[in-house]
Design a protein around this ligand. Structure first.
Ligand code: HEM
Ligand SMILES: [Cu+2]
Length: 668
């Protein structure tokens, strides 16, 4: 994978240096300023309400994705608070059993499908193009479509919930409970169709990310010079492509069973309820890595910056993320140990589940080595969030290893031990790093720094509140309290721990409120950040904060992994891209050598129209099978509009290139 690194690459870069004329007239201050003005006009964000609807800029979409995902997080959090209130004392009647079922299902579904995955994708959408020195994201219209699908899916779920049709079979919706026999009304269908919404959204974003990372990296950024966060997003995007279809297919089969009496999951008619569990968890386990791997990338970026040294063992870090992704597809049966599978299968999946500790340990030791050899460690708020990973995620990881052993799993299956375990891994392994990463990148997004004092206060509150909420759940599980029960009798010894957990949830609420106040206050009055407030090493810090709509001009190129720490190695920037229309540079997959220029389209209303048409079809088809047929017609029309050839735009073909500029010499 290292390709022609080392000496060879250095020589190659030096040759390029040698050939390039630094004093190209296109690089003097006046010419650059003139170009920037042109670019500002060509790439400007559209104005007005219609303009807002038609926006395709990756930074605008990334911000929207982020804000919307946090909106769902707030709703999911309110539901969690309701559950904690209900469970704070025995025989409470605040939420009845039916509502409680809906609330925990909505909570889990919201957090997994509408918050945890969209929010990491949002970070990728905003930062990947900046980190690889690109003017924009590939396939911008598809990206906008992805956002609308996520938004409409969430609205659909919550409207149904408010109409007392919220799903109530848990976030994994097992048949036969969710099947036609026991799943009354439209509840299970609402869940199943939300899955389709959110997976369409994730799949399209993953496509955009993969294309961007493989084809838009700035010259010089060979695969082995990519920032670790970009690696993480590339790996996660491939995981999404392989994992999500399994759950889309199975949730569609569930709808078919319920709507037109197919028998996919009905044992009596030759189907198999366990088929659901296999398909769901073939997606479901990779899903937690889809949530977790981007956090690994964020950890590496933040730790590298605040220790002022490159993260230890780049190659090992990349390979361990890749192997986490691979092994993550081979462990799904550990969610099914209680179904009575053959012993050999159980042993195999125990071994595989324990094996996945190895790549994670490689990561953790890599970071420890980085911190150990820091060149001036700075304990800032983002660093604290990352450091807490070592405590929280490792506890979650250790209970995970415990759960991988079948005898223990049988004991605590479906108890609060499991609830404690997965909140430690999910919140410790993704939400903490995410909150830290937002503090870290906030100055880039807004031009202002967040308050360190408020930041540290809300961090410590969250840390305390989190442990107070979830640590007692381990004990509750060991004492035998099952998950998904709306109440419990007095006298079982469960009251104290439950009360503690509820108090902890109150503290979490306060800490998040403080975080929000910090975000809003700092966005208005925070200290001005400058381009690179933390002295980071990667390209997103090379442009202004917030970045202009075209990201960079001139587009920087790189000759090392930490371009901003090695100014002496900085090769000359890209020149030769047109400034009078939207255009990006496409480069080669492995070594990012310049290949050709490509026109970019948008803004456009078609993504919105297509998303509305798709939503109509999705919702219609859970009520009437013909909805699939008639509902496809508006989608077809929207796609015709989307792909209608546009006239008057310059189309640059590869063949034209030589005449316009000489690729090798002109671009560098
Ligand atoms: C913010 C603080 C949070 C609190 C206080 C909280 C609380 C809870 C509680 C009490 C349950 C168990 C309900 C039951 O079994 O009766 C639960 C379930 C769950 N939570 Fe959370 N949670 C929080 C955040 C999160 C986050 C951030 C995620 C995901 C990223 C998450 C994912 C889940 C899932 C998947 C379930 C399982 C739902 C099911 O059983 O179907 N939670 N949560
Ligand atoms: Cu798993």
């Amino acid at each position: 994978m290292r390709g022609p690194t080392g000496e060879e690459k250095k020589r190659h870069d030096e040759q390029l240096h040698a050939r390039v004329v630094h004093d190209d007239p296109r690089l003097d201050a006046a010419a650059l300023e003139h170009d920037r003005q042109l670019l500002g006009r060509v790439w400007k964000n559209s104005r007005g309400f219609i303009g807002w609807l038609a926006e395709v800029d990756h930074k605008a979409i990334g911000r929207r994705f982020l804000v919307t995902a946090f909106l769902w997080f707030a709703l999911g959090g309110i539901l969690a608070a309701l559950m904690r209130l209900q469970l704070s004392r025995p025989e409470n009647t605040f939420l009845g059993p039916d509502l409680y079922n809906q609330v925990f299902t909505m909570h889990g579904t919201t957090m997994m499908f509408l918050f945890a995955v969209p929010v990491v994708l949002a970070m990728g959408i905003y930062f990947v193009p900046l980190m690889i020195g690109a003017r924009t994201m590939a396939l911008p219209k598809l990206l906008a479509y992805s956002y609308w699908m996520m938004l409409f899916g969430g609205i659909f779920l919550y409207v149904m919930f408010l109409g007392n049709t919220g799903p109530d079979n848990g976030w994994f919706s097992y048949p036969p409970l969710a099947g036609p026999e026991f799943g009354y009304g439209k509840r299970a269908d609402v869940w199943a169709q939300l899955i389709t919404f959110s997976e369409v959204s994730s799949l399209t974003t993953a496509t955009c990310l993969i294309t961007t990372i493989l084809k838009h990296r700035t010259p010089g950024m060979s695969l082995n010079r990519m920032p670790l966060f970009v690696w993480a997003m590339l790996i996660v995007s491939f995981m999404i492509l392989f994992a999500m279809p399994a759950v889309m297919v199975s949730s569609t089969c569930l709808i078919l069973d319920r709507l037109v009496s197919t028998q996919f999951f009905n044992h009596a008619e030759g189907g198999d309820a366990l088929l659901w569990q296999h398909l769901f968890w073939f997606f479901g386990h990779p899903e937690v890595y889809i949530i977790f791997v981007p956090a690994l990338g964020m950890m590496s970026e933040v730790i590298g910056t605040f220790t002022r040294r490159p993260v230890f063992g780049y190659l090992a870090m990349v390979l361990s993320m890749v192997s986490t992704a691979f092994i993550g597809f081979g462990v799904w049966v550990h969610h099914m140990f209680a179904t009575g599978l053959p012993q050999f299968g159980q042993s195999f999946f125990t071994a595989a589940s324990i094996m996945i500790v190895i790549p994670t340990a490689v990561q953790i030791f890599g970071w420890i080595a980085t911190i150990w050899t820091a060149r001036g460690l700075r304990v800032t708020t983002p660093f604290l969030y990352m450091a807490s990973f070592f405590f929280i995620f490792i506890i979650g990881g250790l209970t995970g290893v415990m759960l991988a052993s079948v005898p223990l799993d049988r004991q605590v299956h479906d108890t609060y031990f499991v609830v404690a375990h997965f909140h430690y891994v999910l919140i410790g392994g993704s939400t903490f790093p995410l909150l830290g990463a937002i503090v870290y990148w906030f100055p880039k997004m807004t031009g202002r720094l967040m308050s360190e004092r408020l930041g540290k206060a809300s961090f410590w509150l969250l840390f305390a509140g989190f442990n107070l909420t979830f640590f007692p759940m381990h004990l509750l599980g060991l004492y035998g309290m099952p998950r998904r029960v709306y109440t419990y009798p007095a006298g079982l010894g469960w009251f104290n721990m439950n009360l503690l957990a509820t108090i902890g949830a109150g503290i979490i609420f306060l800490s998040l409120l403080l975080y929000l106040i910090n975000v809003i206050g700092s966005a208005r009055h925070g200290a001005a950040a400058g381009d690179n407030p933390w002295e980071g090493s990667t390209l997103e810090w090379a442009t202004s904060s917030p970045p202009p709509s075209y990201n960079f001009h001139p587009q920087p190129t790189v000759a090392s992994r930490e371009p901003l720490w090695h100014p002496e190695l900085t090769p000359p920037p890209v020149i030769g891209l047109d400034s009078d229309h939207k255009e990006v540079l496409v480069t080669h997959v492995l070594d990012a050598e310049p290949d050709h220029r490509y026109p970019v389209h948008g803004p456009s209303l078609w993504p919105l129209v297509a998303a509305l048409a798709t939503s109509l079809m999705f919702i219609w088809s859970i009520f009437n099978p013909w909805g699939t047929v008639w509902g496809s017609i508006p989608i077809l029309l929207a796609l015709i509009g989307w792909f209608w050839p546009t006239q008057g735009k310059k189309k640059l073909e590869r063949g034209e290139f030589g005449t316009r500029l000489s690729l090798r010499e002109g671009l560098w």
